[in-house]
Design a protein around this ligand. Structure first.
Ligand SMILES: Nc1nc2c(ncn2[C@@H]2O[C@H](COP(=O)(O)OP(=O)(O)OP(=O)(O)O)[C@@H](O)[C@H]2O)c(=O)[nH]1
Length: 395
C-alpha cells in the first residue's frame, strides 16, 4: 500500500512532531498551562524532529555523525519526556536518577562510537532510553494510581509501557541478532512497521500527556473550589457538604464526631510578628493536624483561626475514640512550635468535641455543641480538650 511506505510515515511523523511542538509552546506561552512541562514536551518533539531530519539526509555525512546523532537524539528525547512527565505530575522525585541513566547512556554511546562499533552505541542508547521510559511509567502509575479510574489510568499508562516493551524487544534483538545489529541505524532505514510503531507510540504518548495535563487542570480547579487557598484544608462550603454527607450516613448507622478547634491567642502572633507569621502559623497547624488525622477524616477551615475536624467512628457513639484523636491534635501542636525567622513560637489550640444526633439533618446541632465545648475549653484556660455529654438520640 502506497500510503504505508516508510518515507510517507516519516513525513507524517515529522509533521506531527512539528504540530505537537507548536501546540505545547502555545499552551506554555499563551495559556500558561503547565508551562515548564509544556516547554519540555515542545523541546522533546523538536529534538525528535531534528533527529529524524538529520537521519533522513545524512547519507554523505561522516560515520561518527551518522551513527551518533540518532542515538544521542533518542536518549535526549526520553530524558526530556521523563522531565516533562515529572513536571506535569508535580512529582517531588529529584532528577538524579535521570542524570545518572542519561550520563551512563551517553558514555556507552560515546564508547561505542569510539570503538567504531555502532552495535554498542545502539545498545547503550536503547538500554538507557528503556530505563528512562520505565522511570516515566513508574511516575505516571505512582502519581495517578488511586486518583484516576482504572480504565483511564490504564489507558494513560499504556503508551509508556509500550515504550518500555519496544525498548526491551529492541535490546534483545541487538543482543541476539548480531548480524542484523552490525548494520547501523543510519545505514538501515527503519521498516514501515517499525516507523509506524514509533509514530503510534509518539502520538499516543502525546495524547497521554495531554490527558495528564487536563487531569492536572481539573484537579487544580477542584482544589480552588473545595480548598482553603492558604492552608489547603477544606473550605467552609466543602466542609458543610462533607458534614451533610456524614449526617446522611448517620441515619444508616455510620457514626462520626466533630472536633471544633480554635488556635489560642492567635491575634498575638499577628500583632507581635506580623500577618505573614500568622499565615505561616495557620499553615503549620494544618500541616500538623493533617499528619495526625486519617485519610477518612476531614479537616475544614470554618473561618479565621477556627477549624473543625469531622471524624468517622468505627463504632457509632464512641466518644472516647474521638476524644483521643482530639487530644492527639492538641498535644502534637503544643509539642511543635512554629519556626519563624530563627524564633520558636509556641502554639496551642482549644478543642471541643461532640457527637452529632441522627435527627439533625444538616449537622448543625453537632457543630453548635462542639462549639460550646470549645468555648468551655477556652474559659477553662485554653490548650485543652472538652467533650460534650452525648445527647439522647445519638446513633
Ligand atoms: N494572619 C492571619 N490572621 C488571620 C486570618 N484570619 C483571621 N485572622 C486573625 O485572627 C485573629 C483572631 O483573633 P481572636 O478572635 O481575638 O482570637 P485569639 O487571639 O486566637 O484569641 P482566643 O481565641 O480567645 O484564644 C484576628 O486578629 C484576625 O485578624 C488569616 O487568614 N491570616
Amino acid at each position: 500500500m502506497d500510503f504505508l511506505d516508510v518515507s510517507t510515515i516519516l513525513q507524517v511523523s515529522a509533521l506531527f512532531n512539528l504540530m505537537a511542538a507548536l501546540a505545547w509552546l502555545v499552551l506554555a506561552q499563551s495559556f500558561r498551562i503547565a508551562p515548564r512541562a509544556s516547554r519540555l514536551m515542545a523541546a522533546g518533539h523538536l529534538l525528535w524532529l531534528l533527529t529524524q531530519g538529520c537521519t533522513a539526509c545524512m547519507a554523505g555525512w561522516p560515520a561518527l555523525l551518522r551513527d551518533g546523532i540518532p542515538e544521542f537524539g533518542l536518549l535526549g528525547c526520553l530524558a526530556l519526556l521523563l522531565l516533562a512527565v515529572r513536571r506535569m505530575l508535580r512529582s517531588r522525585q529529584r532528577a538524579t536518577d535521570m542524570a545518572w541513566v542519561s550520563g551512563l547512556g551517553a558514555l556507552g554511546i560515546a564508547i561505542g562510537l569510539a570503538l567504531q562499533g555502532s552495535v554498542l552505541a545502539q545498545f547503550a542508547s536503547t538500554a538507557a532510553a528503556t530505563v528512562l521510559a520505565a522511570l516515566a511509567t513508574r511516575e505516571v502509575v505512582r502519581c495517578t494510581g488511586g486518583e484516576l479510574s482504572r480504565v483511564v489510568g490504564g489507558l494513560t499508562t499504556l503508551p509508556f509501557v509500550a515504550m518500555v516493551l519496544i525498548g526491551l524487544a529492541h535490546g534483545a534483538e541487538l543482543l541476539t541478532e548480531p548480524a542484523w545489529a552490525a548494520r547501523t541505524l543510519a545505514s538501515t532505514p527503519p521498516s514501515a512497521a517499525r516507523a509506524s510503531l514509533w509514530l503510534l507510540v509518539t502520538v499516543s504518548t502525546t495524547l497521554s500527556l495531554i490527558a495528564l495535563m487536563i487531569w492536572r487542570v481539573v484537579a487544580r480547579i477542584q482544589h480552588l473550589t473545595f480548598r482553603d487557598p492558604l492552608t489547603g484544608a477544606l473550605n467552609r462550603r466543602a466542609f458543610e457538604q462533607a458534614l451533610a454527607d456524614a449526617q446522611a450516613q448517620l441515619q444508616r448507622g455510620h457514626g462520626f464526631a466533630l472536633a471544633m478547634i480554635d488556635i489560642d491567642h492567635f491575634k498575638r502572633i499577628n500583632d507581635q510578628h506580623g500577618h505573614q507569621a500568622g499565615d505561616a502559623a495557620l499553615q503549620h497547624c494544618v500541616r500538623i493536624w493533617q499528619a495526625n488525622l486519617r485519610e477518612v477524616d476531614r479537616l475544614g477551615r470554618l473561618g479565621g483561626e477556627e477549624f473543625c475536624a469531622l471524624l468517622p467512628l468505627a463504632t457509632a457513639g464512641d466518644l472516647s475514640a474521638a476524644a483521643t484523636v482530639a487530644e492527639r491534635l492538641r498535644a502534637s501542636l503544643a509539642a511543635q512550635p512554629l519556626r519563624w525567622h530563627g524564633l520558636a513560637l509556641p502554639l496551642s489550640a482549644s478543642i471541643g468535641v461532640a457527637l452529632p444526633v441522627a435527627r439533625d439533618t444538616l449537622g448543625e446541632i453537632g457543630l453548635v455543641r462542639a462549639d460550646a465545648e470549645l468555648y468551655r475549653a477556652k474559659a477553662e484556660g485554653r490548650n485543652r480538650v472538652c467533650v460534650a455529654t452525648p445527647l439522647s438520640g445519638n446513633a
